[in-house]
Design a protein around this ligand. Structure first.
Ligand code: M6R
Length: 614
């Protein structure tokens, strides 16, 4: 959570910083702030609420045009979303301004220590203890870069700190542990940010900072060390997407743009995976075939939507590989003492690659000797860096807080992994793999059909705008789709919604059904007739109790028509691939309901895109 930026260079720092914050607002939008250095003093503006509030403040009280600055957009943890708790925090001796992403767990003892040395606190945040300690170090004559490392060594928890000093108009320093930080390397200018989106307008050359590393930037370059000051190795890389990919391109919301990008994102995720001689290649999976053949259990760990894509993956992976596969919510994983050994393959799924719960889960798994494969959308993020192998989903930047193309590309990447394991372990012949790959390759066009026919779903959103509660039912892979449909509606339309395994209805949830309650049902394609017929029975059960049934079903399946109030068709596909199509109308429905209700679709209340605290 939280977006951080630092800048030094020839441009007006206030403009670079505020624009960078705007591009990272998805990371948190409880407050924002900026600090610049001018003629030996720090100048700070900060405001609770969205960046538009900071804009208004800057219009009332403009900042001087300087060439060094830091900024922050906050997702509140310690201390409410108020002006005084907004970052940057300035030490009470006026020496430094500091921004922070993460949680400092030992802040109480550090605060007491700083207070004992005369610091006067102005906020309720954990962050301010770091700012005060840094200010005290400088007052004792310690160099700024040495001082940030010294403070970092003393902090427990997760943090990226970025700081500037009143008497040093030419450098920004930072340190990171368990929270992201990227250096942007420009020509005569340098950037620091939580996400490359903050500076991609100016440079595509980036350097990802490793765990427990500190960095100093000046106009001419950057210097990275560990927390003890020893030079550290870093890997520079080129960012392959540009600013236009991160802008709305005419759509009202990033989420809607991202829904429409799914055919391309799925096609890109499939690109180059299948050789002409019929072999599936996952170049990034640098775990030897021998090791993969020895695996006797797979555990998928993830959060939220990524967890639901893992639930879909389980059906395919077990079916294709016959390896037992568990799927676990990352935040529960390590606390239940899971049975893991070197024969366990942990697959972690994360769009951002920075989700703290997921990161902690894989660290726990590694300690027990498991091999880790990450499925991730963000090049160079912490989770892939701490994994043995990575399969990147090539979805491009996902800005809307509600994940859409993240979900569908994660499912595709999981399927590639399942097929690859089946190939390596001799569970599937080349022609069988080619058959699935061929069907996967046909999915972008089918997804496009769903997008082309969205008016029906938008009309439905208008009809159901006053619904108090919406239920979603599915069986097999339709069950996680139901969960995902409900999550989308909860998170952006603030509407009570629940997803259920349709077979569980009779065990309780059917009591929720009353006259007029909208119930979406995902009907499995024909070919798994038993499953199909069971779901038709479930539809009859809810309809008999007054539900308004909205049925997602493949073309040509008319068996459902007598029991369906609204029928949404999707092109024919096999059961395992149905989630890629069935989820699209559910995403559109949620986005439309939220839009009609006048909510901020991209930045729903209480949420942040990247959840970097446990
Ligand atoms: O970046 P990650 O994929 O690790 O994020 C996991 C969840 O926080 C995320 O999917 C969240 O549930 C979304 N807001 C759902 O739309």
């Amino acid at each position: 959570m939280c977006g951080i930026i630092g800048y030094v260079g020839p441009r007006a720092a206030k403009d670079v910083v505020v624009e960078g914050l705007r591009r990272m607002e998805y990371r948190g939008y409880d407050s924002s702030g900026i600090a610049v250095v001018d003629e030996g003093s720090l100048h700070v503006r900060k405001k609770a609420g969205k960046i538009s509030n900071l804009d208004a403040e800057l219009a009332l009280a403009p900042l001087p045009t300087t060439h060094i600055g830091i900024g922050h957009t906050r997702w509140a943890t310690h201390g409410g979303p108020t002006d005084s708790n907004a970052h940057p925090h300035v030490s009470s001796n006026g020496r430094v301004a500091l921004v922070h992403n993460g949680i400092i767990e030992n802040f109480a003892s550090l605060r007491a220590e700083a207070e004992a040395q005369g610091a006067v606190f102005a906020s309720e945040t954990d962050t301010e203890s770091a700012a005060q300690l840094l200010g005290l170090e400088l007052a004792n004559g310690v160099d700024l870069f040495d001082a940030i490392r010294s403070v970092a060594r003393r902090l427990e928890g997760a943090f990226t700190l970025v700081a500037i000093a009143a008497d040093q108009p030419d450098r920004v320093v930072a340190a990171r542990r368990n929270s992201p930080l990227v250096v942007g390397v420009g020509d005569g200018e340098m950037f620091l940010a939580s996400d490359v989106a903050a500076f991609i307008e100016f440079t595509s050359s980036a350097v990802e900072l490793g765990q427990d590393q500190a960095v100093e930037i000046t106009r001419d370059g950057y210097r990275v060390t560990d927390f003890d000051g020893l030079p550290a190795e870093v890997k520079p890389y080129e960012v392959t997407w540009d600013l236009s990919a991160a802008e709305k391109q005419g759509y009202d919301w990033f989420m809607v743009k991202e829904i429409h990008e799914q055919p391309q994102a799925v096609a890109d995720t499939l690109l180059g995976r299948h050789t002409v001689d019929g072999q599936l290649t996952l170049d990034e999976v640098r775990i030897s075939p021998e090791t993969l053949r020895r695996i006797d259990k797979i555990i998928i760990v993830a959060c939220g939507t990524a967890f639901y894509s893992g639930l879909v993956a389980k059906y395919a992976i077990e079916h294709w590989t016959r390896i037992p596969c568990e799927v676990e919510i990352a935040s529960e994983f390590r606390y239940r003492d899971p049975i893991i050994d070197p024969m366990t393959l942990v697959v972690t799924i994360s769009q951002s690659g920075e989700t703290a719960d997921t990161l902690m889960a894989i660290r726990h798994a590694r300690e027990q000797g498991a091999k880790i494969i990450a499925i991730c959308n963000t090049n160079g993020a912490t989770i892939p860096r701490e994994s043995d192998a990575v399969i990147y989903t090539h979805a491009g930047p996902e800005i809307g807080v509600a994940s859409t193309k993240g979900y569908t590309t994660q499912i595709v990447a999981c399927y590639l992994l399942g097929l690859y394991l089946a190939q390596v372990r001799g569970m599937k012949f080349g022609d069988e793999i080619a058959e699935v790959m061929e069907e996967l390759a046909s999915m972008p066009a089918k997804m496009q059909t769903m997008l082309d026919n969205q008016q029906q779903v938008k009309d439905l959103a208008r009809d159901l705008i006053d619904a108090q509660s919406v239920l979603f039912l599915g069986r097999h892979v339709g069950y996680p789709v139901a969960l995902e449909g409900a999550l989308k509606l909860k998170e952006i339309a603030y509407l009570h919604a629940e997803g259920f395994a349709a077979g569980e209805l009779k065990h309780g949830p059917i009591a929720l059904v009353e006259e007029g309650v909208p119930v979406f049902v995902v009907v499995p394609p024909r070919g798994r007739d038993q499953l199909h017929d069971k779901v038709i029975s479930n539809i009859q059960e809810v309809r008999a109790r007054g539900a308004r049934t909205i049925v997602l079903v493949e073309e040509g399946d008319d068996e459902v028509l007598p029991y369906s109030d609204v029928t949404i068709r999707h092109p024919k596909c096999s059961t395992l691939l149905q989630p890629l199509l069935a989820v699209v109308p559910l995403q559109i429905f949620a986005a439309e309901v939220a839009t009609l209700k006048g909510y901020d679709v991209d930045q729903p209340r209480n949420l942040a895109k990247s959840v970097t605290v446990e």
